[in-house]
Write a protein that binds this ligand. Structure first.
Ligand code: CUA
Length: 305
C-alpha cells in the first residue's frame, strides 16, 4: 500500500518528488546563509564601509538571480517531462460524482469498453491517460505516489497522465472539498503486471456467471425486484441503471462506498440496510428488506467477481 508523495512509484511522480528535494535543499542552504550573515552583522557593531556594503549587496543579488534561474529551469524541465504526450497510452475516462468515481475504459469497439467504480486497475510500465470530468461539483484526482493533482470540472474534460513503474496498490483521495462526504471519496489505483492486467480486463468484459445456488438465485430476484435497479447496472441482467456504481464485478473490488469500508459480506449488508448511518449524505437510499432477503442479496452480490 502506498499513498505518500515522497515515495514515488512512477517516472512522473519521481519528477515531482525530485523537484521537491531540489527546492528543499536550495532553500535550506539559502536560509542558513542568510541567518549566518544576519548573526555576523549583529555581532559587528562598527561602522561598515559604504563601498564594502554596496559590493556585498551586488554579490547577493547576483547569487540570488543564479539560484532563482536554476530553480526556474528545474521546474521548467520537470513540467516538460510531465506534460509530454504519452505513446500507446491506455485511455480511461474518470467521472467524479458526489461521492464516488465512475471509471470507463475506452476502446475502439464499444463491446470492449469496461465500466467500474472507485478502483482503477492499470498495467505497469504503460502510460495511462485519464480524461477527467465531473458530474456535479469540482473534485480533484490525487494519487500521490503516481502523479500530481488534477481538478475534475463539470462540463469540461481535463487530462492527466501517469505511469506506474511497479505493481502495487496506490491509494488516492479527492483533493478538492466537494461537500459533506468529501473525506469519503477515495480511489484505489491497482497496478498489475501486463499479463495479469489483460486477464483481469478480459474477465471484466464477461457477464458474471449465473447464481450458483438457490440462495444467490433468490438474491438476484431480490435485486431485480427492488429499487436497486433504478441506479445500478449488472451486465447480463435487466438492471441497467447508471446513477450509481456499476455492480457487474462489485465483489472483486477492495472497498465499498469509495473507500468508506472494506468490501466484505458484513459491511455490504450493513451498507445496503442503512447507507446513511455509514456515510451520511450519500445519494444511496436505505433499502427495506427482510433479514432473509438481505442475506440472499448480499450472497448474490458477493459472487459478482
Ligand atoms: Cu470529491 Cu472532494
Amino acid at each position: 500500500m502506498n499513498h505518500e508523495v515522497l515515495s514515488p512509484a512512477g517516472p512522473l511522480s519521481s519528477q515531482i518528488a525530485q523537484l521537491f528535494w531540489i527546492f528543499l535543499a536550495v532553500s535550506a542552504v539559502v536560509y542558513l546563509v542568510v541567518i549566518g550573515f544576519l548573526v555576523a552583522a549583529l555581532r559587528r557593531r562598527d561602522e561598515a564601509n559604504m563601498r564594502t556594503a554596496v559590493r556585498a549587496v551586488a554579490v547577493a543579488v547576483g547569487i540570488t538571480s543564479v539560484v532563482l534561474l536554476g530553480l526556474g529551469l528545474s521546474d521548467f524541465f520537470a513540467g516538460r517531462v510531465i506534460a509530454a504526450m504519452p505513446q500507446d497510452a491506455l485511455r480511461v475516462r474518470v467521472t467524479a460524482h458526489q461521492w464516488w468515481w465512475e471509471i470507463e475504459y475506452s476502446d475502439g469497439q464499444p463491446a470492449r469498453r469496461v465500466r467500474t467504480a472507485n478502483e482503477l486497475r492499470v498495467p505497469t510500465q504503460r502510460p495511462v491517460e485519464l480524461e477527467l470530468t465531473a458530474d456535479d461539483v469540482i473534485h480533484s484526482f490525487w494519487v500521490p505516489s503516481l502523479q500530481g493533482k488534477k481538478d475534475l470540472l463539470p462540463g469540461y474534460t481535463t487530462r492527466l497522465d501517469f505511469v506506474a513503474s511497479r505493481a502495487g496498490v496506490y491509494e488516492g483521495q479527492c483533493a478538492e472539498f466537494c461537500g459533506f462526504q468529501h473525506a469519503h471519496m477515495a480511489i484505489d489505483v491497482i497496478a498489475l503486471e501486463p499479463d495479469e492486467y489483460s486477464r483481469w480486463y478480459e474477465a471484466q468484459l464477461a457477464s458474471p456467471p449465473e447464481p450458483s445456488n438457490p440462495v444467490t438465485l433468490h438474491g438476484r430476484d431480490v435485486f431485480l425486484g427492488s429499487t436497486c435497479v433504478m441506479c445500478h447496472n449488472i451486465q447480463g441482467t435487466d438492471a441497467s441503471g447508471s446513477v450509481g456504481p456499476d455492480l457487474t464485478h462489485v465483489a472483486g473490488r477492495r472497498r465499498l462506498a469509495a473507500g468508506t469500508l472494506p468490501n466484505d459480506a458484513v459491511n455490504l449488508a450493513a451498507w445496503i440496510r442503512n447507507p446513511q448511518a455509514l456515510k451520511p449524505g450519500t445519494r444511496m437510499p436505505a433499502t427495506q428488506l427482510s433479514g432473509e432477503d438481505l442475506a440472499a442479496l448480499t450472497a448474490y452480490l458477493s459472487e459478482l467477481r
